[in-house]
Design a binder for this molecule. Structure first.
Ligand code: FAD
Length: 501
């Protein structure tokens, strides 16, 4: 390969979580010695300032950056997250937990849940959550880091964080700029395209500064300043599948225990979130403007939060879906500019992390090999589609019919990929993870069971074990989990002891 062909200049537009996560990763992995990395952001435009709940994969991102966890938790007022509680989703008064980590352990080379399915009608064994340490620990408000003793159930603790998204972007901004990323405060006013290739040549800022680059990363948020407004890439709209298109958010002081889990409560035209941080609680209402006015949504959110709002309401709006190509010519969209499934299940930051990982694997030279670009786009599409299916599942499998919104959701036309998943589980309890999809067997089991699917049968090879033997093993697993949760410290005490400055 010819060195002259290497990318020498990368320009990132946008300084939200996507921009600073990308800048930090590029600074760490590529370095700023041989390649100039510039990030332009506009404080006047601001960021979405939401995105406070994460999934465990974020630990890997922080580890790759060599971020000290204690420093990060203190800086961002973070707490720990063991999963999500879904309230009123299947029907009013019902709740279930989607945990991180496994249910039970595989037995006789078969997934645990098939043995449980055989016993699920016996009240002594019917509570699926009692086989998940994350669920039992979370409901007791317990948390600890995974034990280093490999044979301990406590070694299987899997966790993520709740944090202040604005502080996380600030943390990463310090990280990236201290490693040589050049930050420019300014507003991109014009995008110059090469008249022959159609590639982006330069950006013009509001003070007439011209920024040239070899590779442009669009982290400009929903508007997709480069990928859409300049390159007209196109968008796949999923509003008919996922009708929520607005959110309002506001923090308040906590009046409850510091739960190590997110709460998601179904409401008449969407759902509300509760995300406890060290110093406050993040609240939001995600709703469909087809089924509720903004005024009613405001009133509902202010009625459901546990204390007075600490800030003005942040109002957001989007079109659920994804860009037809995240990578087009010499521009890659990362973050909200690439698409947005919706906040349920906290996948936004993960999709940023995943796009960065793909960019590193397929990092281009100035030639921009088309087959690399195609693979990036193909993988991105599969990833978004699989996540979309998982999110639809929550809405579609509801018994609620108390509002127009829920009656609409019940009748959503499912994609074939989701139909197949539901059918496989409904028949014999089988769950398969396709295409290296984000959500694993635990997640699909938690939500399909939580939303009320009762498989007709289970894996036939389960019958090789006698009923009594299965009972004995299930009791043993439940007891190990219960004893393990007992020794976990209280989540709030754990934070106070280890992370308060
Ligand atoms: P933004 O935050 O919008 O940043 C865009 C940047 O571009 C800003 O810096 C802006 O100043 C800059 N910019 C725009 N135009 C110009 C211009 N002309 N010139 C210069 N700069 C410009 N994800 C999760 O993982 N967990 C969650 O719990 C979660 N909850 C969410 C809740 C809601 C309601 C929403 C909408 C999203 C949520 N997400 C969540 C997604 C998450 O917030 C985003 O993925 C993440 O914040 C990334 O946003 P971004 O950086 O792409 O865009």
């Amino acid at each position: 390969m010819n060195d002259a062909n290497n990318i020498k200049s990368i320009v990132i537009v946008g300084g939200g979580s996507a921009g600073w996560m990308t800048a930090s990763a590029l600074a760490k992995v590529i370095g700023c010695d041989n390649c100039q990395i510039t990030l332009v952001e506009s404080e006047d435009i601001g960021t979405v300032s939401v995105g406070e709940a994460t999934i465990p994969q974020i630990q890997l991102f922080n580890t790759i950056l060599d971020i000290d966890e204690t420093e990060f938790i203190r800086f961002t007022n973070a707490t720990f997250k063991l999963g999500i509680e879904f309230i009123d989703w299947k029907e009013k008064g019902h709740r279930y937990f989607h945990p991180f980590g496994n249910y039970g352990t595989n037995m006789e080379a078969l997934p645990f849940h098939h043995f449980w399915l055989k016993m699920q009608n016996d009240p002594e064994f019917s509570n699926l959550s009692s086989y998940s340490l994350a669920s039992v620990g979370a409901y007791a408000n317990k948390f600890m880091h995974p034990s280093t003793q490999q044979n301990s159930a406590l070694a299987g603790i899997n966790y993520a964080y709740h944090f202040d998204a604005t502080l996380y972007a600030k943390f990463l901004r310090n990280y990236a700029t201290s490693r040589g990323v050049c930050r420019i405060e300014g507003k991109v006013d014009e995008v110059n395209l090469n008249p022959v290739s159609g590639e982006i040549e330069s950006l013009v800022l509001n003070d007439n500064t011209v920024l040239d680059g070899d590779l442009f990363i669009d982290c400009s948020g929903f508007k997709g300043l480069l990928i859409e407004q300049a390159l007209k890439t196109g968008y796949e709209d999923w509003t008919h599948l996922l009708p929520c298109n607005k959110a309002i958010a506001t923090p308040c002081l906590s009046k409850k225990l510091l739960n190590p889990y997110t709460q998601s409560t179904a409401q008449s035209a969407g759902w509300t979130w509760r995300i406890p941080l060290q110093n406050r609680v993040g609240n939001g209402y995600v709703y469909s403007s087809e089924f509720m006015s903004d005024d009613k949504a405001h009133a509902l959110l202010l009625n459901t939060i546990e204390s007075e709002a600490l800030a003005d309401i942040n109002q957001l709006q989007w079109v659920t879906g994804m860009r037809k190509k995240s990578w087009n010519k010499n521009c890659i969209a990362i973050g909200l500019s690439a698409g947005f499934v919706e906040p349920l299940e906290s996948t936004g930051l993960h999709l940023i992390q995943s796009a960065i990982a793909k960019l590193m694997t397929l990092f281009p030279s100035k030639d921009f090999t088309q087959c690399d670009i195609d693979l990036f786009n193909q993988q991105t599409e599969t990833e978004y589609h699989r996540i979309r299916d998982f999110i639809i599942l929550h809405y579609k499998l509801t018994n609620r019919d108390d509002s127009e919104f829920w009656r609409y959701c019940k009748n959503i036309e499912m994609p074939d990929s989701l139909k197949q998943k539901i059918e496989m589980f409904s028949e014999n309890g089988r769950i398969f993870r396709h295409d290296n999809e984000l959500f694993n067997e635990t997640s699909w089991l938690a939500v399909m069971h939580g939303q009320g699917i009762k498989p007709k049968s289970y894996h036939p090879l389960v019958d090789r074990l006698s009923r009594d033997e299965i009972k004995r093993r299930l009791k043993n697993i439940e007891s190990v989990i219960s004893r393990s949760a007992d020794v976990m410290p209280d989540h709030e005490a754990y934070i106070l002891k280890n992370y308060t400055r």
